[in-house]
Design a protein around this ligand. Sequence first.
Ligand code: GTP
Length: 343
Amino acid sequence: MQALLLAGGLGTRLRPLTEHLPKPMAPVVNRPWLEHLIKHLQSQGLSDFVIAVKHNADIIRNHFGDGRRFGVNIAYSQEPELLGTAGAIKHAEPLLTANRFIVINADIIHHVDLLPLLEFHQSSGALVTIGLTEVEDPSQYGVVQQTSSGRILRFVEKPPRHKAPSNRINAGIYVMEKEALAWIPAGREVSIERETFPLLIRKGLPVYGCTVRGYWLDMGTHDRYLALHRDALDGKIDLQLPYPRKMEGVWIGENTNISSHAILIPPVVIGPGTKVERGAVIGPYAVLGENVTVHADSRLAHAVILPGTRLAQNRVFRHAIVGPDFLITTRPAEIPRQGVMQQ
Ligand code: GTP
């Protein structure tokens, strides 16, 4: 079955990380998320992909090419302008070869089992089946109201917690029949969540929801991006860390230069070519990209450092995403020096 991956959005909430990078290419433990995603989908038996691109499209095209290097086939649907989540699907129509396909928001981090979703779609006779995920607090999301057979009656946007008809939200994974595309107008921006699904439901067409199981996270904001790294280092999502494990919770790439007077507090991932100077304290929950330099006596914890970044000496980076030309902190940056050194 073909999978259409939506990867063209601006990723405004993750800026400046996404200024020069499509959000699905944001590194997740030092590998573009889209690479992890394609690998996971491959393990589910999918090998034929269409990637819908727009914002910084060349970065995706240059990385994956025709997919051969990754053992899959990839075609690209290039939008002339941003067409929104449904507009992008409509634009990809000429590349969709079968009557049924899967659509996945490529910025959703998930390791879910797709087979139950496909089986449900087949047995319910749905036009569209929306993968649903259960969240603790649905008040931030659009939740669904369903019949006992799973048919979706309506979406309720950001309901107060006690008034929510369910805690199930759109997981950004859909199984669609090609006929559904007739309901999406061509050549303009269309949102699948706000326009297409409500329209199909209003028209009485069979739109079903099926809860998917497994790790799921929308990495769209800075704090969730960091939470994702924490979960990956805790093994909550199995992402195959990219380098050999040197000791419990410590993964280090090639050609690193780590001072014997630096302290590593697991879990820690250190990319190839990275230098850590004396007195630096790395971790817990630190991911250093390729060719990073941590100058003497700096300390970082709960931090993701992007490739090529140089961290000044004697600074503290905590709950931070740091790139060569930006620093994002999701909580007060300073932590007491003693707090880290004592560990
Ligand atoms: P924000 O600006 O932070 O909301 O991010 P976004 O618009 O990039 O992502 P959003 O969560 O709204 O979209 C879900 C997925 O659809 C992401 O993987 C986006 O890359 C993708 N997407 C959103 N809009 C478009 C579009 O117009 N074209 C294409 N091809 N993909 C899109």
